[in-house]
Design a protein around this ligand. Structure first.
Ligand SMILES: Nc1ncnc2c1ncn2[C@@H]1O[C@H](COP(=O)(O)OP(=O)(O)OP(=O)(O)O)[C@@H](O)[C@H]1O
Ligand SMILES: CC(C)(CO)[C@@H](O)C(=O)[O-]
Length: 279
């Protein structure tokens, strides 16, 4: 039976860019959620689903001296905020590493380098390599260099994403490099890092979302109005033009209905079950 590489995705909630002397040394610190469905690459199998052509896959593989062929499956769309580019670079790099007998850290370094060079990500590769629930990035860089921890989320937690559109990652990085964003995000990250928990994470992510009006400015909705009166909501935040809400199973139907009623394209996600793996 064919074996496939699979990887979770990552949705950053708060990040602060940390420039370094080169792509391998640059990155960001931040927090976010590792989520599924997983992207997959099955070496040697024919076919291409669902047709996105992401350059990060081959670029990362080529840094390890190979060009793996096989079937790629991306269940989430690129450009919205689900770190599809990082997932693609990771799959390419890990597939190449398997062919060449190279180590996993070398593969992750290549994936991170491609992301930073292309401005399609700063901390997604390090986050995905941890790959479970709530991801905390205390220092920047590729896996092996960055100090990253991830905390499993409670069973029964769902993540509901409401998309208003896409946004260039370079534009997002520019926005989060402004003094106002750096100040507010740094304040929140210090509070989260001092005592990491899911409650503290959502408290701070919501604080920044409301203070900087990210929901109305980027998604065109007011999150607290959409969620008003709904029980079992853990919290919410905005990444690019996506409103991300975490809630217990019993509230999912109500939230999906309200988000769709507000004109958003809604997608149901689950916290990730683990980092990239061969399955
Ligand atoms: N249909 C498409 N829409 C958007 N991007 C696409 C599409 N097809 C391929 N791409 C490529 O996919 C990559 C998307 O990377 P980008 O960093 O913008 O998004 P992402 O990785 O999905 O989300 P994020 O980094 O914000 O979490 C870009 O290199 C882009 O050129
Ligand atoms: C830049 C970014 C927000 C893109 O997803 C992410 O890579 C991060 O948190 O650094």
């Amino acid at each position: 039976m064919a074996r496939c590489l699979s990887t979770p995705h990552h949705i950053t909630a708060l990040f602060r860019p940390v420039p370094g002397p080169g792509p391998g040394y640059s990155g960001s610190i931040g927090v976010g959620l590792a989520v599924e469905p997983r992207a997959r690459f099955c070496p040697g199998l024919d076919g291409w689903e669902p047709g996105y052509d992401l350059p990060q896959f081959n670029e990362a593989a080529e840094l390890l001296g190979s060009r793996p062929g096989g079937r790629l499956v991306y269940p989430l769309p690129p450009g919205r905020g689900y770190a599809v580019s990082a997932a693609s670079a990771i799959l390419g790099a890990l597939a190449a590493a398997m062919e060449r007998g190279a180590g996993v850290f070398r593969a992750y370094r290549a994936a991170h380098e491609v992301e930073v060079r292309r401005s399609t990500g700063l901390g997604d590769v390090a986050s995905i390599a941890c790959g479970v629930g709530l991801v905390l990035r205390y220092s920047p860089g590729p896996p092996g260099e960055a100090l990253v921890d991830c905390i499993p989320t409670p069973p029964g937690l769902y993540i509901i994403a409401g998309e208003a559109g896409s946004m260039d990652t370079s534009r997002l990085i520019e926005m989060y490099s402004s003094q106002r964003f750096v100040d507010e995000v740094s304040r929140s990250l210090s509070r989260i890092f001092r005592e990491p928990s899911l409650d503290r994470f959502f408290e701070e992510a919501e604080r920044v979302t409301r203070l900087l009006s990210l929901d109305s400015r980027l998604v065109g909705v007011e999150a607290h109005r959409i969620l008003s009166g709904v029980g079992d909501v853990y919290g919410y935040y905005v990444k690019k033009r996506v409103l991300v809400v975490a809630a217990g199973e019993g509230s999912v139907g109500e939230i999906v209905g309200r988000m769709a009623g507000a004109g958003l394209d809604v997608r149901l996600l689950k916290p990730s079950t683990g980092p990239p793996r061969l399955e």
